[in-house]
Design a binder for this molecule. Structure first.
Ligand code: PLP
Length: 397
């Protein structure tokens, strides 16, 4: 059977995620310390798990409204107005999804015609470019850079604009750099979006994990609610990756179009996860603060260690990722990761997995216990010392 015949051309062309291959190797190494995973090391707080168990005991095993439980949408509406700013109508402006992943996919599919262009900043979350391709759009990455801590650069977006651009996709705080966006820069970007008549998709999944300054949502700026789709979820701040629940808030015309896709491909998010999400928003916020405090301490430690070791590392203002520059080692990011894993059994992710602008960097997640971070950074120091000796020897020959 000629299998090639049966795979759609645009899927055949899609590259496999480099991270998956790399972590298949890590999973075979029991002694390895992984700083590679993009999920909290905390187990979902007990009261949230208990809400889900209780719902199961009560026999809540059905589908829900396609848009999600109305009790959850009401809680989301209250949370968004207090945390992000805008008021969203729980009936017509909120859609509960299977994680932010689904929300990204159906938003792009609802909006893009073949060839429409999407501007987004890079390095970025691995799914952005493939999701645009799967929706037959054209991805236009715009580089952010370490000199300004990978923060929002509105001017770079203005310079990158070209006819056919329809969507501006943002993710602050950013995976993998921890970059953030301040109010002034967001205001300039909002003006650009209005001038060029762009729809903004703002993935704010790490919003609660902001350590410096306030988190500002572009949706809260004047005139922006009507052209912004705000995406958020429970995976990161609430440590609920396995529950697979997120949401999209935006203008009714867009939510309605996304709903058309969602109702056919997903039907609804799992009811037990939605019940857990209600508990997360009503009683789980103190747990979010507790986890953020831990990440904050770990961040300060890891960034200090990387800089002491000689790997220049900016301060990630949000998220749970450090993104040190490894150029000083003389290795490229892929060789660095493979050798570090082989020689010291520490896994970090090559920056190039997050786009070309991630070259010369690696992503090290600090969603790992403090003790493991101490061990991992000691091993990285050993690795760098051995590399230095090796370089000196080869120079002497
Ligand atoms: N957006 C960003 C920026 C992410 O880093 C991730 C996961 O790593 C997601 C979305 C996917 O989140 P979810 O678990 O809600 O699908």
């Amino acid at each position: 059977m000629n299998s090639e015949k049966f795979i759609a051309n645009h899927v055949a062309k899609l590259p496999r995620s480099g991270i998956r291959d790399f972590f298949a190797i890590v999973s075979e190494m029991p002694q390895a310390i992984s700083l590679g995973i993009g999920e909290p090391d905390f187990v979902t707080p007990w009261k949230i798990r208990e809400a889900s168990i209780f719902a199961l005991e009560k026999g809540k095993t059905s589908y829900t409204d396609n848009r999600g439980l109305i009790s959850l949408r009401k809680e989301i509406s209250t949370y968004c107005s207090s945390f992000f700013g805008p008021d969203y109508d729980p009936v017509s402006e909120i859609l509960v999804t299977v994680g932010v992943s689904e929300a990204i996919d159906i938003a792009l599919r609802a909006v893009l015609n073949p060839g429409d262009k999407v501007l987004y900043h890079e390095p970025c979350y691995v799914s952005y470019s493939p999701s645009v391709s799967l929706a037959f759009g054209e991805a236009i990455p715009v580089g952010t850079n370490p000199e300004n801590e990978f923060s929002l650069d509105p001017e770079a977006f203005e310079n990158a604009w070209e006819p056919g651009c329809k969507i501006l996709m943002l993710n602050f705080p950013t995976n993998p750099t921890g970059g953030t966006a301040d109010r002034e820069k967001l205001e300039r970007l909002a003006k650009f979006a209005k001038d060029k008549d762009l729809l903004v998709i703002s993935d704010e999944i790490y919003a609660e994990l902001t350590y410096e300054g306030e988190h500002v949502s572009i949706a809260s700026l004047p005139g922006m609610k009507e052209r912004t789709l705000l995406l958020h979820g429970f995976s990161k701040g609430f440590a609920m990756t396995g529950f697979r629940v997120g949401f999209a808030c935006g203008p009714n015309w867009l939510i309605e179009s996304m709903m058309k896709i969602h109702q056919y491909c997903m039907m609804c998010a799992p009811i037990l996860s939605q019940e857990a999400a209600v508990e997360a928003l009503t009683n789980g916020l103190d747990e979010v603060c507790r986890m953020r405090e831990q990440y904050h301490k770990r961040r300060d430690f890891v960034v200090r260690r990387f800089n002491d070791i000689g790997l220049s590392c900016h301060l990630p203002r949000g998220s749970f990722y450090a993104f040190p520059n490894i150029e000083s080692t003389g290795l490229n990011e892929t060789d660095f990761c493979h050798r570090l894993l082989r020689e010291q059994e520490v896994a970090v992710v090559p920056g190039i997995a997050f786009g070309q602008h991630g070259a010369n960097h690696v992503r090290a997640s600090f969603s790992t216990s403090y003790e493991k971070l101490v061990m991992a950074t000691d091993r990285i120091e050993k690795f760098i010392t051995c590399l230095d000796l090796e370089n000196k020897k080869s120079q002497a020959i």
